[in-house]
Design a protein around this ligand. Structure first.
Ligand SMILES: [Zn+2]
Length: 236
C-alpha cells in the first residue's frame, strides 16, 4: 500500500517526464471543467484570476489563455476592469495552444484558465480533450449571452461537460438591482463588437428593453446636471 502510494506521488512530482509510470498517473488523474458566466462587469475575469492564482499558490502549474480578438487592455495579459492582471497566451483558437506552448510544456500544465471564451470557437473540443484525455483542470470565463440574450459563441455548449457552472451578476446601471444581461448602447448590430463601458452596460430584467441611445442621452443629462450641481455648490 505504502510503496504504491509513494511511487504514485513520486511520478506525480515528475509530471514533465515521459514513460510508463507517468502515463499511468496521467490516466488516473481526473480532469475538471468549471464554467463562470454572466453579463459584462459581473467580475468573471476577477473570479477566473482568483481561481487560477489560488491553484498556482497550491503549487500547481497554471496557464492562462484568451482570444487575440480581445485587445482592449493588453494582448499579453488578462486584465480585469479594476486593473488586476496576469500574463496570458493570446491566440486565435484553442487548437493553436499546444503548438504555441510546446508539447512538453503543455504536459506540465495542471490548470488552464480561459478568459473571454465566447470568442474561441473550438472551446468544446479543446475542453473535452484537455479535461477528459489529458487530465487538466479547466476554468472557463465568458459571456453566456450576447446583447440580444442569444447564446454567445460556444460557452453554453460546454455546460454539459462541466463539473460546476457559476452565473455571476453585475449591478444594473440604471437602478442598481442585480443585473443578468448586457445592454448595447450603440446601434451597431455585429455580435462581436468589442468594447467596454462606452459600448455596454449591465442591466436588470426591467431595464432590458431600454433603447441604448436614449440611455446614453439620459446618462449625459444626469452627468451634466451633476456637473452643474457641483458648479453651483462650488459657487456657494
Ligand atoms: Zn434596472
Amino acid at each position: 500500500m505504502l510503496s504504491s502510494a509513494r511511487s504514485v506521488s513520486a511520478a506525480a512530482q515528475s509530471r514533465g517526464g515521459a514513460g510508463g509510470a507517468e502515463m499511468e498517473v496521467r490516466a488516473a488523474q481526473s480532469g475538471e471543467i468549471h464554467v463562470i458566466v454572466g453579463p459584462m462587469f459581473a467580475g468573471k475575469t476577477t473570479a477566473l484570476l482568483r481561481r487560477v492564482q489560488a491553484e498556482a499558490s497550491n503549487g500547481r502549474s497554471v496557464a492562462l489563455i484568451k482570444s487575440d480578438k480581445d485587445n482592449r487592455y493588453a494582448l499579453d495579459s488578462v486584465v480585469t476592469h479594476d486593473g488586476a492582471k496576469m500574463p496570458c497566451w493570446a491566440i486565435p483558437q484553442l487548437s493553436s495552444f499546444h503548438e504555441k506552448l510546446g508539447i512538453e510544456a503543455y504536459d506540465k500544465v495542471d490548470v488552464i484558465g480561459i478568459d473571454e471564451a465566447q470568442f474561441l470557437d473550438d472551446l468544446h473540443d479543446f475542453c473535452c480533450k484537455a479535461a477528459d484525455r489529458d487530465g487538466k483542470i479547466i476554468v472557463v470565463a465568458g459571456l453566456d449571452g450576447d446583447y440580444k440574450r442569444k447564446k454567445f459563441g460556444s460557452v453554453l455548449d460546454i455546460v454539459p461537460l462541466a463539473d460546476s457552472v457559476t452565473k455571476l451578476t453585475a449591478r444594473c446601471e440604471l437602478c442598481g438591482r442585480r443585473a443578468f444581461f448586457t445592454l448595447r448602447k450603440t446601434q451597431e448590430t455585429r455580435t462581436e463588437l468589442i468594447g467596454g463601458a462606452d459600448v455596454y452596460m449591465p442591466v436588470c430584467r426591467q431595464h432590458l428593453h431600454m433603447d441604448g441611445q436614449i440611455v446614453m442621452e439620459a446618462t449625459r443629462i444626469v452627468l451634466d446636471l451633476d456637473k452643474s450641481t457641483v458648479r453651483s455648490h462650488a459657487l456657494k
